[in-house]
Design a protein around this ligand. Sequence first.
Ligand SMILES: C[S@@+](CC[C@H](N)C(=O)[O-])C[C@H]1O[C@@H](n2cnc3c(N)ncnc32)[C@H](O)[C@@H]1O
Length: 175
Amino acid sequence: MVFVAITILIIISIVVIVVLLFLLPGLTGAPYVPTPKTNVEKALTKLYPIKSGDFLIDLGAGDGVVLYTATKHGARALGLEINPVLTLIAKWRFRKNRSITMKCRNFYHYDFPKETTVVYAFAVSLHIERIRRKIEHEAGRLGKPIYFISNAFDLKDLKPIKRLDSFYLYRIIPH
Ligand SMILES: C[S@@+](CC[C@H](N)C(=O)[O-])C[C@H]1O[C@@H](n2cnc3c(N)ncnc32)[C@H](O)[C@@H]1O
């Protein structure tokens, strides 16, 4: 009887931890909802034709679908993901892809590498301006403009240089 109770308690604890890991990031960026592969492909070919020489950062990289698509077109890509389960999955999936780096980090507290050219984010509207300030800060620190692809939400008071379906492309200049 005690054994059954302990087993049930362990299972419930695991379920609660996993649910929290997947939902809590909604407070800082967005909960895990992947961008469909075909949409990413369209964004990285028609909206911002990514190429070798580009270095893309996905802020909240999820399972790494954006990173993979970027490297398919010759770019290098860095994924920052707060959820350790998703980070491990992406690290395992792309363990042989030397153009992908995946880190378990809160993207607000991570200094972008100097080779960064383009940033992707699929965040909820509540956080999009904070993400913009982060990219502006990094553009200032690196002393160069950074392209920003936002999926689903646009920025206040900044006109996108291009729009395609749910995607907005911005050029964030150093402040
Ligand atoms: C809507 S999903 C997008 C996943 C992926 N970028 C895509 O488009 O398929 C947002 C991801 O951001 C992660 N996230 C939210 N806040 C974060 C933060 N502050 N730092 C790192 N990752 C974060 C979540 O765990 C989630 O996986």
